[in-house]
Design a protein around this ligand. Structure first.
Ligand SMILES: Cc1cc2nc3c(=O)[nH]c(=O)nc-3n(C[C@H](O)[C@H](O)[C@H](O)COP(=O)(O)OP(=O)(O)OC[C@H]3O[C@@H](n4cnc5c(N)ncnc54)[C@H](O)[C@@H]3O)c2cc1C
Length: 475
């Protein structure tokens, strides 16, 4: 260990206590590598504050000594925002600031600290007979601070909104160590700039979130889930229009999947049979939530009408948890099925909902021109205009050569997305993966505003440097 590093560790131990600092390479390993193993740079140390006071003291010290900090929650982010970029950073794990401070049933909100896992937050809401609706797969690991900082979406955005829309206010430690006290349980609060919203989705570049006020909702009594056969994304859009009109916000999920996604799962023994009534080129998984006293027939009536007017070919519907689980499993396994088919080039993009069929049509055509035999697997949240535009390698192609050509495909897909008025990052954020793309596609005035805000709130660039904005703010 370099002398400078051992001084740093000593200071950290004084601020946080020796049990809350890791500096051995083996101990640090789970914190520095992210799930997809795309980024693997060393950190100087892992700091694990156990209280708000200690977190403030740590940030104050880092600012005074110009030490870069990388805030980290559950380390499930997909764009490398939570792991080091330059190798000289200290990772600040929020795992030990993890209390649910309060659940207010009348106001329908809870105060949860940053290190509370999504699962724990959902359980706390459940305990009060309410629902915290955000739903993403790694719920046992992802933490409230990370979820808000990456403005996660997930499977129920259609009805409840993404993380930003589920947050009433936050508390955060700013770069100089001061505490921004934005926690409140107010539905109405018209007192100037919405600073909490600014920190939500900032990916740890403007402050370290220590707690958040989260909106809660009435808990559904049950769900109806349908697996629907369709001929095309155009038919899926038509069905979405029809179901939204009939069901409003009780329609919580509307996920599009190509047959290729199901064929892969059958081929690799990940499912025994297609949950749909028969094979078709496309499928939709739709789910409706039912509050106590609500009619349980809305979804089946909507689907009967769509079958009669030939928008859809067929459907199965179930209110039984076991059958629903089997339908969901197919949607949740799409990414891992793709991994078993070799390399895949991925895009987390959004366009206006009405443009989804065009995105899929033109995107597949463009990719096929660049790599003949490429196997598109576009799937996801059609109801949010958010498609995971994934492309599997041609059968028997060389995976490394395929990935080396990814740049051309990315350019083609992002160009189409931009032409359709869409976004190059729908829900996973920018991190260190998409800094160049952000600069290229963000409106230049908006990009300058972001740099100015960063410069004011973090003039020494100690908070997650090199993430989101690819250059240090001007001094
Ligand atoms: C299997 C899987 C499925 C997923 N599905 C979805 C999905 O459907 N929809 C979706 O939107 N996302 C999805 N995600 C990605 C999602 O964005 C992250 O899982 C989650 O939001 C990150 O939470 P985390 O606690 O792990 O944060 P981390 O990964 O630790 O951090 C994410 C970002 O937030 C910052 N950060 C973390 N904590 C704080 C804090 N307290 N203060 C300030 N900054 C902080 C980090 O620096 C980093 O930039 C999925 C991920 C996986 C692995």
């Amino acid at each position: 260990m370099k002398r400078q590093d051992s001084r740093t560790i000593k200071s950290l131990e004084e601020i946080l206590g020796p049990d809350n600092v890791l500096s051995d390479a083996r101990d640090m390993a789970p914190y520095v590598v992210e799930l997809r193993r795309r980024f693997n740079n060393p950190a100087r140390a892992i700091a694990i504050p156990t209280s708000l006071d200690r977190l403030q003291a740590l940030v104050k010290w880092a600012n005074a000594n110009r030490v870069p900090l990388v805030p980290q929650g559950g380390n499930t982010g997909m764009v490398g925002g939570q792991v080091p970029k330059n190798g000289n950073e200290i990772i600040v794990s929020m795992a030990r600031i993890n209390r649910v401070r309060k659940v207010d049933g009348d106001g329908a909100f809870m105060f949860a600290e940053a290190g509370v896992t999504l699962e724990k937050a959902r359980r706390a809401a459940d305990g009060a007979g309410l629902l915290f609706p955000l739903a993403i797969a790694p719920q046992d690991k992802a933490q409230i601070g990370g979820i808000l900082s990456s403005n996660a979406g997930g499977l129920q955005v259609l009805a409840y909104g993404n993380a930003r829309q589920l947050c009433l206010g936050i508390e955060a430690v700013l770069a100089d160590g001061s505490l921004f006290r934005g926690l409140n349980g107010l539905k109405k609060n018209n007192t100037g700039y919405d600073l909490s919203s600014l920190l939500v989705g900032a990916e740890g570049t403007l402050g370290i979130i220590s707690a958040a006020s989260l909106k809660l909702f009435a808990r559904p009594e049950g769900f109806e889930t349908a697996f629907i056969n369709l001929a095309s994304p155009e038919a899926a859009l038509e069905l979405f229009r029809e179901l939204s009109r009939r069901l409003g916000t009780s329609l919580t999920t509307f996920e599009l999947m190509p047959d290729f996604g199901i064929a892969m799962q059958l081929r690799h023994g990940m499912i025994d049979k297609n949950p749909a009534r028969s094979r078709s080129d496309w499928y939709v998984l739709a789910q409706v939530s039912r509050l106590p006293g609500q009619d349980r027939n809305g979804l089946s009536q909507g689907l009967e009408a769509a079958r009669n007017n030939r928008t859809i070919k067929d459907f199965v519907i179930s209110g039984k948890p076991g059958e629903q689980r089997r339908m969901w499993q197919v949607r949740e396994q799409l990414s891992s099925a793709q991994s078993r088919e070799g390399a895949s080039i991925k895009h987390d993009v959004s366009v206006p909902v009405s443009a989804v069929p065009e995105l899929i049509r033109t995107g597949c055509k463009a990719a096929g021109k660049i790599v003949p035999g490429i196997r598109p697997c576009p799937f996801g949240h059609l109801g949010d205009g958010n498609i995971h535009f994934n492309l599997s390698q041609p059968v028997d192609a060389d995976a490394t050569a395929y990935m080396e050509g990814a740049g051309k495909i990315h350019d083609a897909i992002y160009e189409i997305v931009a032409e359709l008025g869409g976004s190059i990052s729908a829900e996973h954020g920018i991190g260190q993966l998409k800094t160049g793309l952000l600069k290229e596609y963000k409106d230049p005035v908006a990009y300058e505003m972001m740099k100015k805000i960063k410069n004011i709130l973090d003039p020494n660039n100690i908070l997650n440097p090199g993430k989101m904005l690819d250059q240090a703010p001007e001094q």
